[in-house]
Ligand binder design. Structure first.
Ligand SMILES: Nc1ncnc2c1ncn2[C@@H]1O[C@H](COP(=O)(O)OP(=O)(O)O)[C@@H](O)[C@H]1O
Ligand SMILES: [Mg+2]
Length: 293
Protein backbone atom coordinates (compact mmCIF):
# COMPACT_ATOMS: atom_id res chain seq x y z
CA UNK A 1 0.00 0.00 0.00
CA UNK A 2 1.30 3.42 -0.96
CA UNK A 3 0.54 6.67 0.89
CA UNK A 4 0.63 9.90 -1.09
CA UNK A 5 1.32 13.39 0.21
CA UNK A 6 1.14 16.54 -1.93
CA UNK A 7 4.06 18.97 -1.89
CA UNK A 8 5.82 21.26 -4.38
CA UNK A 9 9.12 21.75 -6.18
CA UNK A 10 10.26 25.27 -7.05
CA UNK A 11 11.12 26.37 -10.56
CA UNK A 12 12.01 30.04 -10.25
CA UNK A 13 9.15 31.43 -8.20
CA UNK A 14 6.71 28.89 -9.56
CA UNK A 15 5.58 26.05 -7.29
CA UNK A 16 5.21 22.85 -9.33
CA UNK A 17 3.08 20.05 -7.81
CA UNK A 18 5.09 17.06 -6.50
CA UNK A 19 3.58 13.86 -5.20
CA UNK A 20 5.49 12.16 -2.35
CA UNK A 21 4.72 8.44 -2.48
CA UNK A 22 5.73 6.31 0.51
CA UNK A 23 5.71 2.54 0.60
CA UNK A 24 6.67 0.21 3.46
CA UNK A 25 7.20 -3.33 2.19
CA UNK A 26 8.67 -6.51 3.64
CA UNK A 27 12.35 -6.99 2.83
CA UNK A 28 15.82 -6.05 3.98
CA UNK A 29 15.54 -2.89 6.17
CA UNK A 30 16.50 0.02 3.94
CA UNK A 31 15.45 3.61 3.26
CA UNK A 32 15.37 4.27 -0.48
CA UNK A 33 14.69 7.65 -2.02
CA UNK A 34 14.03 7.96 -5.75
CA UNK A 35 12.73 10.66 -8.09
CA UNK A 36 15.80 12.84 -8.83
CA UNK A 37 16.50 14.04 -5.26
CA UNK A 38 19.54 16.32 -4.80
CA UNK A 39 21.91 15.86 -1.85
CA UNK A 40 19.80 17.83 0.66
CA UNK A 41 16.71 15.82 -0.31
CA UNK A 42 18.58 12.49 -0.10
CA UNK A 43 19.78 13.35 3.39
CA UNK A 44 16.22 13.93 4.46
CA UNK A 45 15.88 10.19 5.13
CA UNK A 46 18.31 10.59 8.06
CA UNK A 47 16.44 13.60 9.47
CA UNK A 48 13.06 11.91 9.05
CA UNK A 49 14.30 8.71 10.69
CA UNK A 50 15.78 10.55 13.69
CA UNK A 51 12.81 12.91 14.04
CA UNK A 52 10.34 10.04 14.05
CA UNK A 53 12.29 8.18 16.74
CA UNK A 54 12.55 11.40 18.80
CA UNK A 55 8.77 11.75 18.50
CA UNK A 56 8.22 8.22 19.77
CA UNK A 57 7.30 6.82 16.37
CA UNK A 58 9.66 3.96 15.63
CA UNK A 59 9.80 2.71 12.06
CA UNK A 60 9.39 -1.01 11.40
CA UNK A 61 12.53 -2.86 10.19
CA UNK A 62 11.25 -3.06 6.64
CA UNK A 63 12.10 -1.73 3.23
CA UNK A 64 10.93 1.88 2.93
CA UNK A 65 10.71 3.43 -0.52
CA UNK A 66 10.01 7.11 -1.07
CA UNK A 67 9.30 8.26 -4.61
CA UNK A 68 9.09 11.93 -5.52
CA UNK A 69 6.89 12.13 -8.61
CA UNK A 70 7.16 13.30 -11.38
CA UNK A 71 10.42 11.35 -11.45
CA UNK A 72 12.04 13.48 -14.17
CA UNK A 73 11.76 16.79 -12.28
CA UNK A 74 14.86 17.59 -10.16
CA UNK A 75 14.02 18.07 -6.44
CA UNK A 76 16.07 20.56 -4.42
CA UNK A 77 15.92 21.82 -0.85
CA UNK A 78 15.07 20.57 2.60
CA UNK A 79 11.31 21.08 2.50
CA UNK A 80 10.64 17.43 1.56
CA UNK A 81 11.31 16.19 5.14
CA UNK A 82 7.87 17.09 6.36
CA UNK A 83 5.84 15.50 3.54
CA UNK A 84 7.88 12.29 3.90
CA UNK A 85 7.44 11.96 7.69
CA UNK A 86 3.60 12.08 7.82
CA UNK A 87 3.55 9.84 4.75
CA UNK A 88 5.44 7.26 6.83
CA UNK A 89 3.24 7.91 9.85
CA UNK A 90 0.14 7.22 7.76
CA UNK A 91 1.82 4.08 6.41
CA UNK A 92 2.50 2.73 9.94
CA UNK A 93 -0.95 3.79 11.16
CA UNK A 94 0.16 6.55 13.57
CA UNK A 95 -2.22 8.98 11.87
CA UNK A 96 -5.37 8.27 9.84
CA UNK A 97 -4.63 7.53 6.18
CA UNK A 98 -6.89 10.32 4.97
CA UNK A 99 -5.52 12.91 7.45
CA UNK A 100 -3.29 14.46 4.81
CA UNK A 101 -5.86 14.52 2.03
CA UNK A 102 -6.57 18.08 1.02
CA UNK A 103 -3.25 19.41 2.31
CA UNK A 104 -0.05 20.48 0.67
CA UNK A 105 2.89 19.79 3.01
CA UNK A 106 6.34 21.36 3.25
CA UNK A 107 8.93 21.88 5.99
CA UNK A 108 12.31 20.82 7.32
CA UNK A 109 12.79 18.49 10.30
CA UNK A 110 15.40 18.68 13.03
CA UNK A 111 16.74 15.49 14.58
CA UNK A 112 14.66 16.24 17.70
CA UNK A 113 11.45 16.39 15.66
CA UNK A 114 11.16 20.18 15.62
CA UNK A 115 10.03 21.81 12.38
CA UNK A 116 12.42 24.36 10.91
CA UNK A 117 11.31 27.17 8.58
CA UNK A 118 11.84 26.75 4.84
CA UNK A 119 11.87 29.23 1.98
CA UNK A 120 9.13 29.42 -0.62
CA UNK A 121 6.16 28.99 1.72
CA UNK A 122 4.24 31.88 0.14
CA UNK A 123 4.35 30.54 -3.46
CA UNK A 124 3.53 27.09 -2.06
CA UNK A 125 0.52 28.48 -0.16
CA UNK A 126 -0.68 30.29 -3.28
CA UNK A 127 -0.30 27.05 -5.28
CA UNK A 128 -2.21 25.18 -2.55
CA UNK A 129 -5.02 27.70 -2.66
CA UNK A 130 -5.34 27.48 -6.44
CA UNK A 131 -5.68 23.69 -6.08
CA UNK A 132 -8.23 24.08 -3.24
CA UNK A 133 -5.83 22.55 -0.71
CA UNK A 134 -4.83 23.63 2.77
CA UNK A 135 -1.18 23.82 3.80
CA UNK A 136 0.85 22.11 6.54
CA UNK A 137 4.08 23.97 7.36
CA UNK A 138 6.42 24.80 10.28
CA UNK A 139 4.98 27.19 12.90
CA UNK A 140 7.53 29.87 12.05
CA UNK A 141 6.47 29.81 8.38
CA UNK A 142 2.78 30.06 9.26
CA UNK A 143 2.44 33.86 9.04
CA UNK A 144 4.03 33.73 5.59
CA UNK A 145 1.52 31.10 4.44
CA UNK A 146 -1.29 33.25 5.83
CA UNK A 147 -0.29 35.94 3.32
CA UNK A 148 -1.81 33.80 0.55
CA UNK A 149 -5.31 34.84 1.59
CA UNK A 150 -8.10 34.56 4.14
CA UNK A 151 -9.68 31.33 2.96
CA UNK A 152 -6.65 29.03 3.11
CA UNK A 153 -6.58 26.33 5.79
CA UNK A 154 -3.18 26.41 7.56
CA UNK A 155 -1.75 23.93 10.04
CA UNK A 156 1.49 25.45 11.33
CA UNK A 157 3.04 23.05 13.83
CA UNK A 158 6.02 23.47 16.18
CA UNK A 159 7.07 19.84 15.99
CA UNK A 160 6.27 16.50 14.43
CA UNK A 161 4.57 15.45 17.66
CA UNK A 162 2.37 18.57 17.65
CA UNK A 163 1.40 17.75 14.07
CA UNK A 164 0.48 14.17 15.00
CA UNK A 165 -1.58 15.45 17.93
CA UNK A 166 -3.37 17.86 15.61
CA UNK A 167 -4.03 15.30 12.91
CA UNK A 168 -5.32 12.72 15.40
CA UNK A 169 -7.47 15.38 17.07
CA UNK A 170 -5.70 15.30 20.45
CA UNK A 171 -4.52 18.88 20.52
CA UNK A 172 -5.41 21.39 17.85
CA UNK A 173 -2.92 23.99 16.63
CA UNK A 174 -4.00 27.63 16.84
CA UNK A 175 -5.37 29.47 13.80
CA UNK A 176 -3.17 32.07 12.19
CA UNK A 177 -3.60 35.71 11.32
CA UNK A 178 -1.49 37.37 8.61
CA UNK A 179 1.18 39.67 10.02
CA UNK A 180 1.01 43.44 9.40
CA UNK A 181 3.32 45.19 6.96
CA UNK A 182 6.69 46.31 8.25
CA UNK A 183 6.78 50.03 9.05
CA UNK A 184 8.70 52.01 6.45
CA UNK A 185 10.18 54.54 8.86
CA UNK A 186 13.93 53.90 8.88
CA UNK A 187 14.51 53.90 5.12
CA UNK A 188 16.53 56.68 3.37
CA UNK A 189 14.58 59.76 2.31
CA UNK A 190 15.16 62.15 -0.59
CA UNK A 191 15.02 65.10 1.82
CA UNK A 192 18.50 64.12 3.07
CA UNK A 193 20.08 65.11 -0.28
CA UNK A 194 21.52 68.63 -0.24
CA UNK A 195 21.48 70.70 -3.43
CA UNK A 196 21.71 68.54 -6.56
CA UNK A 197 18.65 70.30 -8.03
CA UNK A 198 19.17 68.84 -11.53
CA UNK A 199 19.76 65.28 -10.30
CA UNK A 200 16.76 65.47 -7.98
CA UNK A 201 14.58 66.74 -10.80
CA UNK A 202 15.79 63.86 -12.99
CA UNK A 203 15.01 61.42 -10.18
CA UNK A 204 11.50 62.85 -9.82
CA UNK A 205 10.86 62.63 -13.56
CA UNK A 206 12.12 59.03 -13.61
CA UNK A 207 9.91 58.16 -10.61
CA UNK A 208 6.81 59.82 -12.06
CA UNK A 209 7.23 58.32 -15.53
CA UNK A 210 8.59 54.92 -14.48
CA UNK A 211 11.76 55.46 -16.53
CA UNK A 212 15.15 53.81 -16.21
CA UNK A 213 17.98 56.07 -15.08
CA UNK A 214 21.74 56.06 -15.72
CA UNK A 215 23.88 58.23 -13.46
CA UNK A 216 27.44 59.14 -14.43
CA UNK A 217 29.79 61.16 -12.23
CA UNK A 218 32.96 61.12 -10.11
CA UNK A 219 33.12 58.94 -6.98
CA UNK A 220 31.46 60.60 -4.01
CA UNK A 221 29.24 62.81 -6.16
CA UNK A 222 26.16 61.26 -4.56
CA UNK A 223 24.97 58.82 -7.25
CA UNK A 224 24.45 55.90 -4.87
CA UNK A 225 22.91 58.23 -2.31
CA UNK A 226 20.39 59.54 -4.83
CA UNK A 227 19.59 56.07 -6.16
CA UNK A 228 18.95 54.73 -2.64
CA UNK A 229 16.39 57.47 -2.12
CA UNK A 230 14.37 56.75 -5.25
CA UNK A 231 12.05 54.30 -3.41
CA UNK A 232 11.08 57.14 -1.03
CA UNK A 233 9.38 59.02 -3.88
CA UNK A 234 7.91 56.02 -5.72
CA UNK A 235 4.24 55.12 -5.07
CA UNK A 236 3.58 52.16 -2.72
CA UNK A 237 3.41 48.74 -4.37
CA UNK A 238 0.00 47.74 -5.69
CA UNK A 239 -1.34 44.37 -4.46
CA UNK A 240 -0.18 42.50 -7.60
CA UNK A 241 3.37 43.92 -7.36
CA UNK A 242 3.40 43.25 -3.62
CA UNK A 243 2.59 39.60 -4.24
CA UNK A 244 5.21 39.21 -7.00
CA UNK A 245 7.94 40.76 -4.86
CA UNK A 246 6.90 38.82 -1.76
CA UNK A 247 7.10 35.57 -3.75
CA UNK A 248 10.68 36.37 -4.79
CA UNK A 249 11.57 37.29 -1.19
CA UNK A 250 9.92 34.10 0.04
CA UNK A 251 11.95 31.90 -2.32
CA UNK A 252 15.10 33.79 -1.28
CA UNK A 253 14.22 33.19 2.39
CA UNK A 254 13.99 36.92 3.11
CA UNK A 255 10.42 37.04 4.42
CA UNK A 256 11.28 37.06 8.13
CA UNK A 257 8.19 36.07 10.08
CA UNK A 258 6.00 36.67 7.03
CA UNK A 259 6.11 40.44 7.54
CA UNK A 260 6.36 42.30 4.26
CA UNK A 261 6.79 45.94 3.35
CA UNK A 262 4.86 47.83 0.69
CA UNK A 263 8.02 49.87 0.06
CA UNK A 264 9.67 49.34 -3.33
CA UNK A 265 12.71 47.05 -3.05
CA UNK A 266 16.20 48.53 -3.41
CA UNK A 267 19.39 46.58 -4.00
CA UNK A 268 22.94 48.01 -4.27
CA UNK A 269 26.34 46.49 -4.93
CA UNK A 270 28.00 47.16 -1.58
CA UNK A 271 26.04 49.85 0.08
CA UNK A 272 24.95 49.66 3.69
CA UNK A 273 21.65 51.40 4.20
CA UNK A 274 21.32 52.84 7.67
CA UNK A 275 19.24 50.54 9.84
CA UNK A 276 19.60 47.78 7.24
CA UNK A 277 21.44 44.61 8.11
CA UNK A 278 22.47 43.26 4.75
CA UNK A 279 24.06 44.25 1.49
CA UNK A 280 21.60 45.34 -1.15
CA UNK A 281 21.90 45.64 -4.91
CA UNK A 282 20.48 48.34 -7.15
CA UNK A 283 16.74 47.95 -7.74
CA UNK A 284 15.49 46.14 -10.79
CA UNK A 285 12.50 46.96 -12.97
CA UNK A 286 10.00 46.07 -10.23
CA UNK A 287 11.17 49.10 -8.31
CA UNK A 288 11.23 51.13 -11.49
CA UNK A 289 14.76 52.28 -10.74
CA UNK A 290 18.21 51.70 -12.18
CA UNK A 291 21.51 53.29 -11.35
CA UNK A 292 25.22 53.24 -11.93
CA UNK A 293 27.25 52.21 -8.86
N1 LIG B 1 24.08 66.09 -2.37
C1 LIG B 1 24.47 65.48 -1.25
N2 LIG B 1 23.86 65.74 -0.08
C2 LIG B 1 24.24 65.14 1.07
N3 LIG B 1 25.25 64.25 1.15
C3 LIG B 1 25.92 63.92 0.03
C4 LIG B 1 25.55 64.52 -1.24
N4 LIG B 1 26.38 64.02 -2.19
C5 LIG B 1 27.21 63.15 -1.56
N5 LIG B 1 26.93 63.11 -0.22
C6 LIG B 1 27.63 62.29 0.78
O1 LIG B 1 28.70 61.62 0.16
C7 LIG B 1 28.61 60.23 0.34
C8 LIG B 1 29.14 59.50 -0.88
O2 LIG B 1 28.22 59.59 -1.94
P1 LIG B 1 27.86 58.38 -2.88
O3 LIG B 1 26.41 58.46 -3.16
O4 LIG B 1 28.36 57.12 -2.32
O5 LIG B 1 28.70 58.75 -4.17
P2 LIG B 1 28.85 57.96 -5.54
O6 LIG B 1 27.91 56.82 -5.54
O7 LIG B 1 28.52 58.98 -6.59
O8 LIG B 1 30.27 57.56 -5.61
C9 LIG B 1 27.14 59.98 0.59
O9 LIG B 1 26.92 58.82 1.36
C10 LIG B 1 26.74 61.22 1.35
O10 LIG B 1 27.03 61.09 2.72
MG1 LIG C 1 28.34 54.78 -5.63
Amino acid sequence: MVTRVATVAFQGIEAVPVDVQVQIAPGVPKFLMVGLPDKAVKESSERVYAAMIASGLGLPPKRITVNLAPADLPKEGSHYDLPIAPGLMAAIGAIPRDALDGFLVLGELGLDGRLAPVSGVLPAAIAAQSRNLGIICPASSGPEAARAGEGIDIIAAESLLALVNHLTGHQLAARLQPRKYLPNGALPDLSEVRGQQVARRALEVAAAGGHNMLMIGPPGAGKSMLAARLPSILPPLNPRELLDISMIQSIAGELAGGAISDRRPFRAASLRLHGGSGRRRVAGKAGGSESGA
